[in-house]
Structure formats: structure tokens, C-alpha cells
Ligand binder design. Structure first.
Ligand code: NAP
Length: 683
């Protein structure tokens, strides 16, 4: 019954009998939890020396492949997680958000890592900065993995997603994690960690687990460690003020309480689709996970004119919610995570109702399907209505972490904005309107107080992911009360576990450091045309200087007629002259790019498989009729695409005129066969 702690790749039990953990549904003991006797200092050192070292040997792409394999493995083994999840009070739909939602986060980060990051261990942040007149001294920002451990402290409400949404970017960053789930639902997290370890997919030391208190762990943190915390504002503040966090400047990100607002636009009167969508969304947010979502709608901000209609519609819908054993079909809402949690929500409703009367729920007398209401942590969905919300305080500051929301009426958009801001920083806000000007006003008026804002209308509602769903692609976090932190958001989330460093030096030095050629770096002239080389044979810096080509009037006329692009600047001398940029007719930009390809390609069958795009194309100097162009093509960056048999080669391309002026600059992207693939193609 006692939960395991994963310490230095071994499962160990904490000392003593442990604290019993009760089922949210039956009140029976599910497990006992203890981390007493664990050597936390040794855990941190093991993470840094073994886990970090192993992870940093892998490239972003290899780490991405690892996450994908892990996601697949967990997907195949999720049935047991679902079974156990019921004990946390979660319905099947709630568990889907937690379990499938968590696994899908692994998939998304895997994909982000392989598509948006290089097949390397260093991530370049933006283009080089040109710091000197002659271009011999440049700057480049880079990200490298922190050399510490990531300590993840999670809340009780999402025992699986809460772990995986932090773990995915951490592992992708090449950093090992020590996970500490909230005690009340740690049995589910422990089960998933056992599965992760059984998969054998993570390198040694990449993951450790603490079920119970963290002892003296914080006393041993150093400047390379990161703490990612999710939970209450009080705990976050206490941990942020730990002397070691302060003295070592330990990176600390906090996701805390949030009085999230959802605003109904003035156009969304009861007969509109937006009104109906709004009612559905508020009900969904109140009842999914029994309202125990940090992103749930707590404040229902609606026009005064429709407040009565809204209260009626919400009350009717809440009356149809079946509460009970979350394992039973037909039950819409399960239990809160524990009896303690239920008592706390009751108390908070008491505080709220002093300024916002209860208009639905708030009673202990309600029907519970297939469960003993006296033993399980069930709570009736409760709606409150505050008639003078601008003068109220509790409704904007007291978070009842359960199925509880308050209707707050407004008279004009400025008031709606002010009410939303009174939450003093939220994770998620939403706006329901079919008037895009209203949407703009509300979004711009409240964005500074939010980490994420969802705007719903009839056009996007069907595919909308909902107010309360943080997505791995988008940032999750918020200012002020919400903790001031930020997680996920694709590659942004990975960077939280890496250090950004500005590197200064010569272009060639920085080309080698970052594995990406910088203008001014060495140009190597290969003994064959670079298009005759395989992926492995191409070296960064391989350069081709083409023959010149003079662009004639006939070329421009032909291109205009052939493509249909007869824009006056290419066809009408008198009009072209009136244009401030040109002295007369000029060559089409696309003619320049096309002629450039004609100059640099090697036409015969070869390892270059395809041109798949151009990045960052800029036309800098017009090419006049009679001018002569030539091209420099330099291998800039290579990215092997797993074992697909090819890799991406990015070519820095510069077109100049007879005076050496830069006419056009861009990156040409090609797919190039590997040695093996090319050998088999040739055989
Ligand atoms: P909590 O009491 O602050 O606990 C959060 C986590 O901190 C748990 O893992 C808890 O472990 C741990 N913890 C508590 N004291 C600690 C200490 N001295 N040292 C190290 N760790 C410590 O919060 P909660 O009541 O479980 O969670 C509900 C709150 O979390 C709500 O206010 C909700 O809004 C917020 N929340 C926020 C987000 C978000 O993304 N922003 C998500 C979910 C929940 P134990 O359980 O072992 O005490």
C-alpha cells in the first residue's frame, strides 16, 4: 500500500507507516505515503551528474524521438491509469483530460523538438547581431541545457497531466527532473512513473519521484536548478522565499490561484448562438474535474441586461448535472479530491456568499448516484450572483477550488474590463462575442492581466478547445495572483530549462560554436559542385560562386508575358520612373530568384532531392535592365531528419550586381540524400 519513491533509479519506501490517502469516492484508504528518510541531497546530485549527463548526450531530435516513444508506450498502457483515476473523483471525461491530455503533451513536444529545433544540443536564439563596421565581430544568442535538476512540485487536481506538461519540455531541454506530486492523488502519479520506468525509454537519472514531503531538498538547490511549482499562492510565496532560492537565484516558476473571468459580449443576447455557447461553457467549466481546474471560469461577467436570463439558464443546466460515483455511466460530475478539499470549498463559498447570494446549489442535500454522500467528497455545483461587483472584494479574491462560479453584471465595456482586471492576474480569460470590435476592445483591455485569452463565436465554437484547456502549443501561466510564471508554449517552454548566453566573436568562430554559418565566416570551395555531395559530404561553409548573367530587356519582357506579371515597374518605363524606388524598368524579384536558381543548380540527377522552400527573402537593391547578377551559395545549416534517409540543408544565398551591391538575400532549403540513401538510389 505504501507508495514508492524513485530515488537514484531505485524504488524505495519512505520510513514509517506513512500517511493514509483516502479515495475521493468511498473514503477508503487507497495508499499510504511517506518520503521520510530519503537523502534529498543525493537525489539532486544524482540528477545533475547522471541524469543531466545522459540527457545532454542526446540531440533535441533524439530527445524528441524519446518523448514520442514514451507517449506511445503510455497510450498503450493507459487502461490501468484510468481505473485508478476514478479514485481521485474523476469521471471518464475528467480522466481523459488528465491522462490523454498529458500524453498528448508528450506528442506535441516531441514534434516541436524535431521540427522547430535543430538536430543538435545548442539552440540558436534569433539571427546574428552585427556589432562592427567591417563584419569581423558579431554576436549570437544561444541556449544550452542548464546543468542542474528541475524540481517539479505539482498540484493534486491533475496527477498525470500536471507531471507530463512539465516533464516534456524539461526532458527536451536535456534536463533531469525530480517530480513531487501533491500527496492526495500521488498514487496515480506513482503508477504512471512506474510505467515510464518500465518502458526503459528514459536514460538513467532522467526522472526521480518523491511521494511525500521534500525534506531538506531546497537546502541543496544551486543556480543550475529550476523549480517549477503548481499549487496555491501561499505555498508558492513560502517556497520562493526559501533562503537558498534567493541566495542561489534559483529559477522559480509558479502557477498558482486564479479567479478566471469569462465575459459575455453585449451583442450576445439570449437568442444568439453566443449566449447558448456561453451557458454551455460555464457549465462545462464548473463541472469538469468538479471545478478543480486552475483555469476554470470563476467569474461570469455578463451584461446587466441579460444577467437574470443568464442566471436562469445556468441554474436550469446545473439542475441537470448528475453527481456521483465517477466510475458510473451517466454521471456528469464526480467528487472533489478529498474530504478536506470539500470542507475548504464549503468555507470559501461561505466567504463569497457574504457579498454574492447563492442562486443555485450551496446545499448538502442533493442526490448522489451510486455513492455514499457521507463518505465521498461530493459537492453540489454552486452559482452565486453579485449585483454590485465593482464594490465587492471577495468575489475577485477568494478562490473556491470546486464547482463554484459567480455571476457579475456590467453596464458597459469599460466596466467589464475593470471587473476582469480586479482578478489581479489570471491564467485564462475568455470572451464570447460575434462582434470583432468588442473582441478587440476586451482583449486589449484585459490581455496584460492574462496568460491566455480565448475568443469564442459561432464560427469557431465547434472546433474551439475551450476556456479551461491549456495547450502545449500555447503558454500557460499568468501574472499576479496566477503566480507570474509561464509554462509550455512550445519551444518557449523548453527554454525555461536552458540558459541563454550572448556569444561574441568572429563570424567563423560563431559559425563553429552554433553549427550555423554566419556571413563573414570561412567560405570553403569544394572540389565538386555542392549539389553533387551527399548530406554527410556537405560541410558547413561549402560555397559556390556562380558565373555572371546580364539581365536584358527581352528577359524582363519575356518573364512578364510568360508569368502574367506585367506590373508597371517591369513593363512601363515612364511609370516606373515615377516610382521613388526605381530609375526605370527593373527586373522582377521573382525573375532574379529564378535566374539565380538557373545559375547555381547542378542539373543532373544527384543527391539533392528537392527544393522545399525559401526563407527570409529580401530584395535590397533593384536590378535594372542591363545589370549583371551573380550568386553566392553557402551551406549554412544541416539538419538530419531521423533515419528518413535525407536531411535538410539550408543554403545562405546572396545575389549581387556588377558593383557588388546586394540585390537579394535569402535561405534556400533543400532536402539532400544521406550516403546510405544515395548509395541505394545509385545501385
Ligand atoms: P498547495 O497546498 O499549495 O500544494 C501544491 C503542491 O505544493 C503540492 O504538491 C504540495 O504537496 C506542495 N507543498 C505544500 N507545501 C510544501 C512545502 N512546504 N514544500 C514543498 N512542497 C510543498 O496547493 P493545493 O491546495 O494542493 O492545490 C490547489 C491550488 O493549486 C489551488 O489554489 C489552485 O488554483 C492551484 N492550482 C494552480 C494551477 C496552475 O496551473 N496555476 C493548477 C492546479 C492548481 P503536498 O500535497 O504533499 O502538501
Amino acid at each position: 500500500m505504501k507508495l514508492g519513491n524513485l530515488v537514484q533509479d531505485r524504488w524505495v519506501e519512505g520510513d514509517g507507516d506513512g500517511k493514509p490517502l483516502a479515495s475521493a469516492v468511498t473514503g477508503d484508504t487507497v495508499a499510504a505515503i511517506s518520503s521520510a528518510g530519503i537523502d534529498f541531497k543525493a537525489m539532486l546530485e544524482y540528477a545533475r551528474s547522471v541524469g543531466g549527463t545522459n540527457l545532454r548526450k542526446l540531440t533535441f531530435h533524439e530527445r524528441g524521438e524519446m518523448l514520442k516513444a514514451l507517449a506511445k508506450y503510455l497510450m498503450e498502457n493507459k487502461a490501468g491509469f484510468y481505473e485508478l483515476s476514478t479514485q481521485t473523483g474523476a469521471t471518464r471525461a475528467d480522466s481523459w483530460i488528465d491522462i490523454d491530455g498529458g500524453i498528448s503533451t508528450l506528442f506535441v513536444f516531441s514534434s516541436k523538438g524535431r521540427r522547430e529545433m535543430p538536430n543538435d544540443t545548442v539552440y540558436l536564439d534569433g539571427p546574428p547581431e552585427w556589432l562592427s563596421k567591417n563584419g569581423t565581430f558579431v554576436g549570437q544568442h544561444i541556449y544550452t541545457s542548464k546543468l542542474g535538476a528541475a524540481v517539479h512540485i505539482n498540484a493534486f487536481n491533475f496527477p498525470v497531466w500536471g507531471m507530463l506538461e512539465k516533464l516534456a519540455p524539461t526532458l527536451l531541454a536535456g534536463v533531469p527532473a525530480i517530480v513531487k506530486p501533491a500527496s492526495s492523488t500521488a498514487y496515480l502519479t506513482e503508477r504512471v512513473v512506474r510505467s515510464i520506468i518500465d518502458s526503459g525509454l528514459l536514460p538513467q537519472g532522467a526522472l526521480q519521484l518523491v511521494c511525500g514531503g521534500v525534506g531538506d531538498l531546497f537546502d541543496h538547490l544551486n543556480c543550475q536548478d529550476t523549480v517549477a511549482f503548481t499549487g496555491s499562492k501561499n505555498t508558492a510565496e513560502m517556497l520562493q522565499q526559501h533562503p537558498r532560492v534567493i541566495s542561489e537565484s534559483v529559477a522559480f516558476t509558479a502557477e498558482t490561484d486564479s479567479l478566471n473571468a469569462s465575459i459575455l459580449g453585449p451583442d450576445a443576447t439570449p437568442e444568439t448562438p453566443e449566449f447558448e455557447l456561453y451557458v454551455k461553457e460555464v457549465i462545462r467549466e464548473m463541472t469538469s474535474k468538479a471545478g478543480q481546474k486552475c483555469t476554470a471560469i470563476r467569474r461570469v461577467i455578463a451584461p446587466s441586461a441579460v444577467a437574470a436570463d443568464l442566471v436562469r439558464a445556468l441554474s436550469t443546466a446545473l439542475g441537470e448535472v448528475r453527481i456521483g460515483n465517477p466510475g458510473m455511466k451517466g454521471v456528469d460530475m464526480g467528487a472533489l479530491a478529498s474530504q478536506g478539499q470539500r470542507n475548504e470549498v464549503r468555507e470559501r463559498v461561505g466567504e463569497l456568499s457574504a457579498e454574492a447570494p447563492v442562486v443555485y446549489g450551496g446545499s448538502d442535500d442533493f442526490e448522489v448516484v451510486d455513492a455514499d454522500a457521507g463518505k465521498g467528497a461530493f459537492f453540489m455545483p454552486t452559482l452565486l450572483h453579485c449585483e454590485k461587483p465593482l464594490n465587492a472584494r471577495a468575489v475577485h479574491t477568494v478562490e473556491a477550488f470546486g464547482p463554484v462560479s459567480t455571476v457579475l453584471p456590467y453596464d458597459n465595456l469599460d466596466e467589464a474590463i475593470e471587473l476582469a482586471r480586479l482578478g489581479e492576474g489570471s491564467l485564462a480569460g475568455s470572451v464570447f462575442t460575434n462582434d470583432n470590435q468588442v473582441a478587440r476592445e476586451l482583449v486589449l483591455g484585459t490581455a496584460a492581466y492574462h496568460g491566455r485569452i480565448l475568443v469564442v463565436n459561432r464560427h469557431c465554437a465547434q472546433e474551439s478547445t475551450g476556456h479551461g484547456s491549456p495547450l502545449p502549443h500555447l503558454v500557460h501561466g499568468g501574472p499576479g495572483r496566477a503566480g507570474g510564471g509561464e509554462e509550455m508554449g512550445g519551444v518557449r517552454g523548453v527554454k525555461h530549462y536552458m540558459q541563454r548566453t550572448a556569444i561574441q566573436g568572429s563570424p567563423e568562430t560563431l559559425s563553429v560554436v552554433g553549427n550555423r554559418w554566419i556571413r563573414g565566416g570561412d567560405e570553403r570551395t569544394p572540389d565538386t559542385h555542392p549539389f553533387r555531395k551527399t548530406f554527410e559530404q556537405i560541410a558547413i561553409g561549402d560555397t559556390l560562386h556562380t558565373e555572371p548573367r546580364t539581365v536584358t530587356l527581352e528577359d524582363v519582357d519575356h518573364f512578364a508575358n510568360f508569368t502574367g506579371d506585367t506590373f508597371y515597374a517591369h513593363t512601363d518605363e515612364a511609370s516606373a520612373k515615377k516610382n521613388p524606388f526605381f530609375e526605370g524598368r527593373v527586373a522582377h524579384g521573382y525573375l532574379i530568384v529564378s535566374f539565380a536558381a538557373g545559375l547555381f543548380v547542378d542539373p543532373d540527377f544527384g543527391p539533392v532531392l528537392a527544393n522545399y522552400g525559401i526563407d527570409d527573402l529580401r530584395f535590397l537593391t533593384p536590378l535594372n535592365v542591363g545589370d549583371t547578377m551573380r550568386v553566392r551559395l553557402t551551406a549554412k545549416q544541416k539538419t538530419l531528419r531521423g533515419d528518413s534517409g535525407y536531411g535538410e540543408v539550408r543554403w545562405d544565398t546572396e545575389v549581387t550586381n556588377q558593383d557588388g551591391e546586394i540585390v537579394a538575400q535569402y535561405d534556400v532549403l533543400t532536402m539532400v540524400a544521406t550516403d546510405e540513401h544515395w548509395a541505394s538510389a545509385m545501385s
